[in-house]
Design a protein around this ligand. Sequence first.
Ligand code: GDP
Length: 375
Amino acid sequence: MNPNDITFDAHHHPENDEQYAGLQVNSGVEQPPMVNPYLKRRRKPQLTVNDFVEGIRKGNTSVLGQAVTLVESLKPEHQSVAQEVIAKCLPFTGKSKRIGITGVPGAGKSTSIDAFGMHVIRSGGRLAVLAIDPSSERSKGSILGDKTRMERLALEHDAFIRPSPSAGSLGGVARKTRETIMLCEAAGYDNIFVETVGVGQSETAVHSMVDFFLLIQLAGTGDELQGIKRGIMEMADGIVINKADGDNVDRANLAAAQFRNALHLFPVPPSGLTPEVITYSGYYELNIDKVWAMIDRYFSHVKESGYFMEKRREQEKYWMYETINEKLRSNFYNNPEIERMLSEKQDLILQNRQSSFIAAADVLNYYYKNLITNQ
Ligand code: GDP
Protein backbone atom coordinates (compact mmCIF):
# COMPACT_ATOMS: atom_id res chain seq x y z
CA MET A 1 0.00 0.00 0.00
CA ASN A 2 1.23 3.40 -0.86
CA PRO A 3 1.19 5.55 2.26
CA ASN A 4 -0.25 8.35 0.20
CA ASP A 5 -3.34 6.27 -0.42
CA ILE A 6 -4.24 6.07 3.24
CA THR A 7 -7.39 7.95 3.97
CA PHE A 8 -8.45 8.77 7.50
CA ASP A 9 -10.33 5.98 9.20
CA ALA A 10 -10.64 6.03 12.97
CA HIS A 11 -10.59 2.23 13.12
CA HIS A 12 -7.61 1.85 10.82
CA HIS A 13 -4.25 1.46 12.58
CA PRO A 14 -1.55 2.00 10.00
CA GLU A 15 1.15 0.73 12.34
CA ASN A 16 -0.37 -2.73 12.01
CA ASP A 17 -0.13 -2.74 8.25
CA GLU A 18 2.19 -5.29 6.78
CA GLN A 19 4.69 -2.82 5.39
CA TYR A 20 5.30 -1.54 8.91
CA ALA A 21 6.14 -4.97 10.27
CA GLY A 22 9.15 -3.43 11.99
CA LEU A 23 6.85 -1.29 14.08
CA GLN A 24 5.88 -2.94 17.32
CA VAL A 25 3.61 -1.28 19.77
CA ASN A 26 4.27 -2.82 23.12
CA SER A 27 2.12 -2.51 26.13
CA GLY A 28 3.50 0.14 28.45
CA VAL A 29 6.44 -0.54 30.68
CA GLU A 30 6.06 0.44 34.31
CA GLN A 31 8.16 3.47 34.93
CA PRO A 32 10.71 3.44 37.74
CA PRO A 33 9.91 5.72 40.68
CA MET A 34 11.36 9.22 40.68
CA VAL A 35 13.60 8.44 43.65
CA ASN A 36 16.29 5.88 43.07
CA PRO A 37 15.33 2.94 45.30
CA TYR A 38 18.96 1.96 45.72
CA LEU A 39 19.73 5.34 47.23
CA LYS A 40 18.13 4.29 50.48
CA ARG A 41 20.43 1.35 50.88
CA ARG A 42 23.53 3.45 50.54
CA ARG A 43 24.66 4.25 54.02
CA LYS A 44 26.89 7.06 55.03
CA PRO A 45 30.31 5.56 55.50
CA GLN A 46 30.98 5.19 59.22
CA LEU A 47 33.70 7.60 60.22
CA THR A 48 36.50 6.35 62.40
CA VAL A 49 37.84 8.29 65.36
CA ASN A 50 40.76 9.43 63.20
CA ASP A 51 38.41 10.53 60.40
CA PHE A 52 36.54 12.63 62.90
CA VAL A 53 39.66 14.22 64.33
CA GLU A 54 41.10 14.91 60.90
CA GLY A 55 37.84 16.39 59.59
CA ILE A 56 37.41 18.55 62.66
CA ARG A 57 40.99 19.81 62.47
CA LYS A 58 40.43 20.75 58.82
CA GLY A 59 37.40 22.75 59.86
CA ASN A 60 34.96 20.49 58.01
CA THR A 61 31.63 21.60 59.47
CA SER A 62 29.78 18.50 58.35
CA VAL A 63 32.20 16.25 60.26
CA LEU A 64 32.13 18.62 63.21
CA GLY A 65 28.33 18.47 63.21
CA GLN A 66 28.38 14.67 63.16
CA ALA A 67 30.85 14.60 66.04
CA VAL A 68 28.61 16.90 68.07
CA THR A 69 25.71 14.56 67.35
CA LEU A 70 27.75 11.72 68.86
CA VAL A 71 28.52 13.86 71.90
CA GLU A 72 24.81 14.45 72.32
CA SER A 73 23.80 10.84 71.75
CA LEU A 74 22.73 8.74 74.68
CA LYS A 75 23.92 5.51 73.08
CA PRO A 76 26.96 4.11 74.88
CA GLU A 77 28.69 3.17 71.59
CA HIS A 78 28.33 6.76 70.35
CA GLN A 79 29.53 8.08 73.66
CA SER A 80 32.68 6.01 73.59
CA VAL A 81 33.60 7.24 70.09
CA ALA A 82 32.79 10.80 71.16
CA GLN A 83 35.06 10.53 74.18
CA GLU A 84 37.94 9.23 72.07
CA VAL A 85 37.47 12.06 69.59
CA ILE A 86 37.44 14.61 72.39
CA ALA A 87 40.55 13.10 73.93
CA LYS A 88 42.39 13.39 70.62
CA CYS A 89 41.17 16.95 70.11
CA LEU A 90 42.24 18.00 73.59
CA PRO A 91 45.71 19.29 72.60
CA PHE A 92 44.05 21.71 70.17
CA THR A 93 41.54 23.17 72.60
CA GLY A 94 41.58 26.14 74.93
CA LYS A 95 42.56 28.90 72.56
CA SER A 96 39.21 30.58 72.08
CA LYS A 97 37.39 33.35 73.85
CA ARG A 98 34.47 31.64 75.53
CA ILE A 99 31.63 34.07 76.04
CA GLY A 100 28.35 33.32 77.78
CA ILE A 101 25.34 35.41 76.83
CA THR A 102 22.19 35.54 78.88
CA GLY A 103 19.02 37.58 79.03
CA VAL A 104 15.31 36.99 79.44
CA PRO A 105 13.35 35.96 76.33
CA GLY A 106 12.79 39.06 74.24
CA ALA A 107 15.88 40.85 75.56
CA GLY A 108 17.31 40.54 72.07
CA LYS A 109 19.80 37.70 72.47
CA SER A 110 19.54 36.32 68.97
CA THR A 111 19.46 39.76 67.34
CA SER A 112 22.50 40.73 69.39
CA ILE A 113 24.38 37.50 68.73
CA ASP A 114 23.82 38.07 65.03
CA ALA A 115 25.26 41.57 65.36
CA PHE A 116 28.14 40.61 67.69
CA GLY A 117 28.92 37.61 65.51
CA MET A 118 29.07 39.67 62.34
CA HIS A 119 31.40 42.06 64.15
CA VAL A 120 33.67 39.15 65.08
CA ILE A 121 33.65 37.79 61.53
CA ARG A 122 34.32 41.18 59.97
CA SER A 123 37.32 41.47 62.28
CA GLY A 124 38.65 38.21 60.86
CA GLY A 125 37.44 35.87 63.62
CA ARG A 126 35.57 32.57 63.43
CA LEU A 127 32.60 31.95 65.64
CA ALA A 128 30.65 29.03 67.06
CA VAL A 129 27.26 29.70 68.66
CA LEU A 130 26.04 27.07 71.10
CA ALA A 131 23.12 27.14 73.48
CA ILE A 132 21.96 25.66 76.73
CA ASP A 133 18.26 25.32 77.21
CA PRO A 134 17.38 22.14 79.07
CA SER A 135 13.78 23.22 79.49
CA SER A 136 12.94 23.14 75.84
CA GLU A 137 11.22 20.07 74.49
CA ARG A 138 10.61 21.44 71.03
CA SER A 139 11.44 19.06 68.21
CA LYS A 140 14.19 17.37 70.20
CA GLY A 141 16.37 20.45 69.99
CA SER A 142 16.05 23.86 71.37
CA ILE A 143 14.71 26.94 69.74
CA LEU A 144 17.79 28.60 71.16
CA GLY A 145 20.53 28.80 68.61
CA ASP A 146 18.04 27.99 65.91
CA LYS A 147 19.63 29.08 62.67
CA THR A 148 16.67 31.10 61.53
CA ARG A 149 17.07 33.35 64.52
CA MET A 150 20.48 34.48 63.37
CA GLU A 151 19.82 35.22 59.78
CA ARG A 152 23.11 36.71 58.71
CA LEU A 153 25.37 34.45 60.75
CA ALA A 154 23.61 31.40 59.36
CA LEU A 155 24.95 32.30 55.91
CA GLU A 156 28.53 32.83 57.04
CA HIS A 157 31.18 30.20 56.40
CA ASP A 158 33.04 31.31 59.47
CA ALA A 159 30.09 30.72 61.78
CA PHE A 160 28.92 27.40 63.18
CA ILE A 161 25.51 27.50 64.86
CA ARG A 162 24.32 24.57 66.89
CA PRO A 163 21.03 24.42 68.79
CA SER A 164 20.95 23.27 72.38
CA PRO A 165 21.13 19.53 72.94
CA SER A 166 17.68 18.07 73.34
CA ALA A 167 15.97 18.34 76.67
CA GLY A 168 17.52 16.37 79.49
CA SER A 169 18.93 16.99 82.91
CA LEU A 170 20.70 20.33 83.14
CA GLY A 171 23.91 18.59 84.16
CA GLY A 172 23.79 16.36 81.10
CA VAL A 173 22.96 19.15 78.68
CA ALA A 174 25.65 21.39 80.14
CA ARG A 175 28.32 18.68 79.95
CA LYS A 176 27.50 18.06 76.30
CA THR A 177 27.75 21.75 75.55
CA ARG A 178 31.09 21.93 77.24
CA GLU A 179 32.36 19.00 75.20
CA THR A 180 31.05 20.68 72.07
CA ILE A 181 33.09 23.78 72.97
CA MET A 182 36.21 21.64 72.87
CA LEU A 183 35.36 20.20 69.46
CA CYS A 184 34.66 23.67 68.09
CA GLU A 185 37.97 24.94 69.41
CA ALA A 186 39.79 22.07 67.78
CA ALA A 187 38.01 23.03 64.55
CA GLY A 188 39.58 26.47 64.79
CA TYR A 189 36.73 28.61 66.08
CA ASP A 190 38.40 31.32 68.10
CA ASN A 191 35.21 32.78 69.55
CA ILE A 192 32.58 30.62 71.22
CA PHE A 193 29.25 32.07 72.29
CA VAL A 194 27.11 30.06 74.67
CA GLU A 195 23.60 31.39 74.85
CA THR A 196 21.11 30.73 77.61
CA VAL A 197 17.80 32.14 78.75
CA GLY A 198 18.10 34.24 81.85
CA VAL A 199 15.72 32.19 83.89
CA GLY A 200 16.39 29.16 86.01
CA GLN A 201 19.61 27.38 86.74
CA SER A 202 21.26 27.26 83.36
CA GLU A 203 23.21 30.48 83.87
CA THR A 204 25.25 28.81 86.58
CA ALA A 205 26.14 26.03 84.19
CA VAL A 206 27.09 28.47 81.44
CA HIS A 207 29.04 30.61 83.87
CA SER A 208 31.13 27.59 84.75
CA MET A 209 32.23 27.03 81.15
CA VAL A 210 32.93 30.54 79.86
CA ASP A 211 35.59 33.19 80.41
CA PHE A 212 33.25 36.14 80.12
CA PHE A 213 29.60 36.28 81.06
CA LEU A 214 27.51 38.94 79.36
CA LEU A 215 24.13 39.92 80.76
CA ILE A 216 21.72 41.52 78.28
CA GLN A 217 19.19 43.80 79.91
CA LEU A 218 16.42 46.06 78.73
CA ALA A 219 15.43 49.48 79.92
CA GLY A 220 11.99 49.11 81.39
CA THR A 221 9.73 51.31 83.32
CA GLY A 222 10.15 51.90 87.02
CA ASP A 223 12.80 50.16 89.02
CA GLU A 224 15.26 48.65 86.57
CA LEU A 225 16.67 46.26 89.07
CA GLN A 226 13.37 44.71 89.92
CA GLY A 227 13.15 41.09 89.06
CA ILE A 228 16.82 40.69 88.34
CA LYS A 229 18.18 37.94 90.42
CA ARG A 230 21.09 38.99 92.54
CA GLY A 231 22.91 35.82 91.60
CA ILE A 232 22.90 36.69 87.91
CA MET A 233 24.20 40.19 88.60
CA GLU A 234 27.03 38.70 90.61
CA MET A 235 27.95 36.35 87.80
CA ALA A 236 28.04 39.04 85.11
CA ASP A 237 31.40 40.26 83.84
CA GLY A 238 29.66 42.88 81.73
CA ILE A 239 26.13 44.24 81.51
CA VAL A 240 24.70 45.60 78.29
CA ILE A 241 21.41 47.43 77.87
CA ASN A 242 19.90 46.58 74.50
CA LYS A 243 17.44 48.50 72.33
CA ALA A 244 19.13 51.84 72.99
CA ASP A 245 17.69 53.25 69.78
CA GLY A 246 15.02 55.76 68.77
CA ASP A 247 13.19 57.28 71.70
CA ASN A 248 14.44 54.54 73.99
CA VAL A 249 17.95 55.98 74.26
CA ASP A 250 17.28 58.13 77.32
CA ARG A 251 15.62 55.33 79.20
CA ALA A 252 18.49 53.00 78.33
CA ASN A 253 20.99 55.54 79.64
CA LEU A 254 19.00 55.92 82.82
CA ALA A 255 18.91 52.15 83.26
CA ALA A 256 22.66 51.99 82.71
CA ALA A 257 23.22 54.58 85.44
CA GLN A 258 21.05 52.61 87.84
CA PHE A 259 22.96 49.44 87.10
CA ARG A 260 26.29 51.17 87.66
CA ASN A 261 25.08 52.43 91.02
CA ALA A 262 23.82 49.03 92.02
CA LEU A 263 27.08 47.37 91.04
CA HIS A 264 28.94 49.52 93.54
CA LEU A 265 27.02 47.75 96.27
CA PHE A 266 28.47 44.40 95.27
CA PRO A 267 31.90 43.27 96.35
CA VAL A 268 34.59 43.50 93.65
CA PRO A 269 34.43 40.23 91.71
CA PRO A 270 37.37 37.79 91.77
CA SER A 271 38.48 39.03 88.34
CA GLY A 272 39.33 42.33 90.02
CA LEU A 273 37.15 44.22 87.54
CA THR A 274 33.80 45.75 88.36
CA PRO A 275 31.53 44.96 85.39
CA GLU A 276 31.07 47.77 82.91
CA VAL A 277 27.60 48.78 81.79
CA ILE A 278 27.12 49.77 78.16
CA THR A 279 24.04 50.70 76.12
CA TYR A 280 23.72 49.51 72.53
CA SER A 281 21.27 48.46 69.88
CA GLY A 282 21.58 44.98 68.45
CA TYR A 283 18.95 45.61 65.81
CA TYR A 284 20.39 48.89 64.49
CA GLU A 285 23.96 47.83 65.23
CA LEU A 286 24.78 50.85 67.37
CA ASN A 287 27.71 50.69 69.80
CA ILE A 288 28.52 47.09 68.96
CA ASP A 289 32.18 48.08 68.77
CA LYS A 290 31.94 49.56 72.28
CA VAL A 291 30.55 46.32 73.63
CA TRP A 292 33.37 44.47 71.96
CA ALA A 293 36.00 46.85 73.22
CA MET A 294 34.71 46.20 76.75
CA ILE A 295 35.07 42.45 76.24
CA ASP A 296 38.57 42.90 74.83
CA ARG A 297 39.55 45.05 77.83
CA TYR A 298 38.37 42.30 80.14
CA PHE A 299 40.36 39.62 78.33
CA SER A 300 43.56 41.69 78.30
CA HIS A 301 43.19 42.40 81.98
CA VAL A 302 42.54 38.84 83.16
CA LYS A 303 45.18 37.35 80.89
CA GLU A 304 47.74 39.70 82.31
CA SER A 305 46.68 39.20 85.91
CA GLY A 306 46.66 35.41 85.60
CA TYR A 307 43.00 35.22 86.56
CA PHE A 308 42.12 33.87 83.10
CA MET A 309 44.11 30.65 83.59
CA GLU A 310 43.14 30.38 87.24
CA LYS A 311 39.46 30.46 86.32
CA ARG A 312 39.90 27.90 83.57
CA ARG A 313 41.68 25.54 85.95
CA GLU A 314 38.87 25.95 88.49
CA GLN A 315 36.39 25.16 85.76
CA GLU A 316 38.27 22.00 84.80
CA LYS A 317 37.99 20.80 88.39
CA TYR A 318 34.34 21.79 88.56
CA TRP A 319 33.58 19.76 85.43
CA MET A 320 35.30 16.67 86.74
CA TYR A 321 33.08 16.70 89.83
CA GLU A 322 30.06 17.73 87.83
CA THR A 323 30.56 14.83 85.42
CA ILE A 324 30.96 12.37 88.27
CA ASN A 325 27.79 13.67 89.90
CA GLU A 326 25.85 13.49 86.70
CA LYS A 327 27.01 9.97 85.83
CA LEU A 328 26.30 8.67 89.31
CA ARG A 329 22.89 10.21 89.35
CA SER A 330 21.85 8.99 85.92
CA ASN A 331 23.28 5.51 86.53
CA PHE A 332 21.22 5.33 89.71
CA TYR A 333 17.93 6.91 88.68
CA ASN A 334 17.78 5.37 85.21
CA ASN A 335 18.06 1.86 86.57
CA PRO A 336 14.67 0.14 86.13
CA GLU A 337 15.03 -1.80 89.38
CA ILE A 338 15.77 1.36 91.30
CA GLU A 339 12.83 3.10 89.67
CA ARG A 340 10.57 0.28 90.79
CA MET A 341 12.00 0.23 94.31
CA LEU A 342 11.68 3.98 94.64
CA SER A 343 8.02 3.94 93.74
CA GLU A 344 7.38 1.15 96.27
CA LYS A 345 9.30 3.01 98.94
CA GLN A 346 7.43 6.19 98.17
CA ASP A 347 4.15 4.43 98.88
CA LEU A 348 5.48 3.02 102.13
CA ILE A 349 6.62 6.46 103.25
CA LEU A 350 3.31 8.06 102.33
CA GLN A 351 1.49 5.38 104.31
CA ASN A 352 3.79 6.07 107.24
CA ARG A 353 5.00 2.50 107.20
CA GLN A 354 8.67 3.32 106.77
CA SER A 355 10.84 6.31 107.54
CA SER A 356 12.49 8.22 104.69
CA PHE A 357 15.95 7.43 106.06
CA ILE A 358 15.42 3.71 106.25
CA ALA A 359 13.83 3.69 102.81
CA ALA A 360 16.78 5.59 101.37
CA ALA A 361 19.27 3.29 103.08
CA ASP A 362 17.45 0.22 101.75
CA VAL A 363 17.50 1.47 98.18
CA LEU A 364 21.12 2.55 98.35
CA ASN A 365 22.23 -0.72 99.93
CA TYR A 366 20.49 -2.66 97.22
CA TYR A 367 22.15 -0.46 94.62
CA TYR A 368 25.63 -0.81 96.09
CA LYS A 369 25.33 -4.58 96.43
CA ASN A 370 23.63 -5.50 93.18
CA LEU A 371 23.42 -2.84 90.56
CA ILE A 372 26.55 -0.80 90.14
CA THR A 373 27.56 -1.05 86.52
CA ASN A 374 30.31 0.55 84.62
CA GLN A 375 28.47 2.88 82.26
P1 GDP B 1 15.65 36.83 72.37
O1 GDP B 1 14.38 36.15 72.73
O2 GDP B 1 16.36 37.31 73.60
O3 GDP B 1 16.53 36.02 71.48
O4 GDP B 1 15.26 38.17 71.58
P2 GDP B 1 15.20 38.47 70.01
O5 GDP B 1 16.56 38.72 69.48
O6 GDP B 1 14.37 37.46 69.34
O7 GDP B 1 14.45 39.90 70.02
C1 GDP B 1 13.16 40.05 70.54
C2 GDP B 1 12.48 41.24 69.83
O8 GDP B 1 13.18 42.45 70.11
C3 GDP B 1 12.48 41.09 68.32
O9 GDP B 1 11.25 41.54 67.83
C4 GDP B 1 13.61 41.99 67.87
O10 GDP B 1 13.39 42.51 66.57
C5 GDP B 1 13.57 43.10 68.91
N1 GDP B 1 14.91 43.68 69.09
C6 GDP B 1 16.06 43.02 69.31
N2 GDP B 1 17.09 43.86 69.42
C7 GDP B 1 16.59 45.11 69.27
C8 GDP B 1 17.16 46.43 69.27
O11 GDP B 1 18.36 46.62 69.42
N3 GDP B 1 16.30 47.47 69.11
C9 GDP B 1 14.97 47.30 68.93
N4 GDP B 1 14.22 48.39 68.77
N5 GDP B 1 14.40 46.07 68.89
C10 GDP B 1 15.19 45.00 69.06
